[in-house]
Ligand binder design. Structure first.
Ligand code: CA
Ligand code: CA
Ligand code: CA
Length: 444
């Protein structure tokens, strides 16, 4: 993105230099001779012409700087595994802290469905250009509208040895099976009040304790070597003690347009028509990180870079009433979206195969997948603004901007929730970003 911004600035500076170089303007002006001189009367008083024809709108070089505060729609939620019966839910509800044994349970929802709500982010918008003899050029740059937002699930201090926050992953049967240790005898010296005793629990009650032997004297503690009792295996859920998700959307853009200004109407109304090209960049990143539980520690990231480029047309309506000016402007881009998609992370970095309360055969797994995809992504933008002329050349501006973009890839949606390795899935959705802008304009 830095490269795009740098190019945009270089382009803007070159155009500015070409236009302001009085010696070179006549020869180097690529779009026909423009016989205008730079204006320096920034502080000339605003003139209200009450006689004769209305003054023409400002011509010459202009510059606009605005702060943006925009919010972008949250990625759509997905129904992964909803209603599917997998694994087991476990909990310590009993006041004596006696484990309730895992039972197959209906899982209606998963953490992967919960992308943090959208938050407004700050950014900048710059516009440079000129209008002379009712035609001109404009270069616009949108710079880093960042919208980070995170959400924490679960408790930092948990009472369950097998996690408190479940994430719905698809996986082969048996992948998450393991021996559980949630209880021990009352006499246990390790676990208090019948809690975990570091021997696998005898889930099926036949006196054999998973891999830990047989209880021959009935005291609830295995005391003799015996073959592993695989009937004591349970299916764990993918769980963590605590879990954090973060979503960030960064928007950048640059546009270059040729402007034509229609002859003003008598009531102070005039129209600008523009056509040119636009590059809009939407980088969306979703990160998830889980600690503890049956799959600790795990993290995975979905990144979706959207580079939308295409021809742009614009139409701007303005109405000037003394010092106040109202304007409405629509822009449309027939955009081609080149998407760069990535999924990467690590699952179960703390896993030790064979450990109690963990999947028996699951090893720590790292993964990385990348893919590109192309889409047609139309962009429609609407700006509503009002400006107040402080002097003849300087005005303060406030307004609203809404941008609709079709077929955008989102970071949270490229992640395919399967184990042992998450996959990459393609898919797009429209997004809408909007918010306020305010700033200063010089000779616009
Ligand atoms: Ca036990
Ligand atoms: Ca058993
Ligand atoms: Ca015993």
């Amino acid at each position: 993105m830095l490269k795009t911004q740098t190019h945009a600035w270089q382009l803007a500076v070159v155009i500015w230099l070409l236009a302001t170089s009085s010696a070179g303007a006549q020869q180097l002006q690529p779009f026909g001779p423009v016989d205008i001189e730079p204006t320096f009367d920034l502080f000339a008083p605003f003139e209200i012409n009450t006689f004769g024809p209305r003054p023409e709108p400002n011509e010459g070089f202009f510059a606009v700087y605005e702060r943006l505060n925009w919010a972008t729609t949250t990625p759509r939620k997905r129904s992964i595994g909803a209603g599917r019966t997998i694994g087991a839910i476990h909990h310590f509800q009993d006041p004596q802290n006696i484990a309730v044994f895992p039972q197959p349970n209906q899982l209606d929802d998963g953490i992967d469905l919960h992308v943090p709500e959208a938050a407004a982010g700050w950014g900048n918008r710059f516009e440079l250009g000129y209008v002379a003899d009712r035609s001109g050029w404009i270069v616009g740059v949108i710079n880093s509208v960042r919208q980070p937002q995170s959400q924490l699930f679960g408790l930092a201090e948990t009472t369950s040895p097998i996690g408190t926050v479940a994430v719905t992953f698809d996986h082969a049967p048996g992948l998450l099976d393991g021996f559980v240790d949630l209880r021990g005898p009352e006499s246990s010296t390790v676990g208090a009040n019948g809690g975990p005793d570091q021997f696998a629990d005898d889930v099926d009650g036949d006196g054999f304790f998973g891999p830990d032997g047989q209880d021959t004297d009935g005291d609830g503690v295995p005391d003799a070597v015996a073959p592993t009792d695989f009937d004591d295996l349970v299916s764990f859920l993918p769980t963590f003690d605590s879990f954090v998700t973060t979503n960030q959307t960064i928007i950048n853009g640059v546009e270059v347009m040729k402007l034509y200004r229609f002859r003003p109407l008598d009531n102070g109304t005039f129209f600008d028509f523009g056509f040119g090209a636009r590059l809009l960049s939407i980088d969306d990143t979703f990160q998830a990180s889980g600690i503890g539980g049956t799959l600790g520690d795990s993290n995975w990231t979905g990144e979706a870079e959207n580079r939308i480029i295409g021809p742009q047309v614009s139409l701007r309506w303005l109405n000037q009433r003394k010092r106040w000016r109202l304007s409405a402007e629509g822009r449309f881009v027939a955009g081609y979206n080149i998407q760069n998609l990535k999924v990467h992370g690590e699952i179960g970095s703390q896993l030790e195969p064979g450990a109690l309360n963990r999947p028996l055969f699951f090893n720590p797994t790292t993964f990385r997948r990348e893919q590109t995809d192309d889409q047609f992504s139309p962009v429609a933008e609407l700006r509503l603004e009002t400006a107040y002329a402080v002097t003849k050349r300087v005005a303060l501006r406030v307004g609203w901007t809404g941008v609709f973009v079709g077929r955008v890839a989102r970071g949270s949606r490229v992640i395919g929730y399967s184990l042992p390795e998450p996959t990459l899935v393609t898919g797009t959705e429209p997004i809408f970003t909007n918010g306020v802008n305010f700033g200063i304009e010089i000779n616009r």
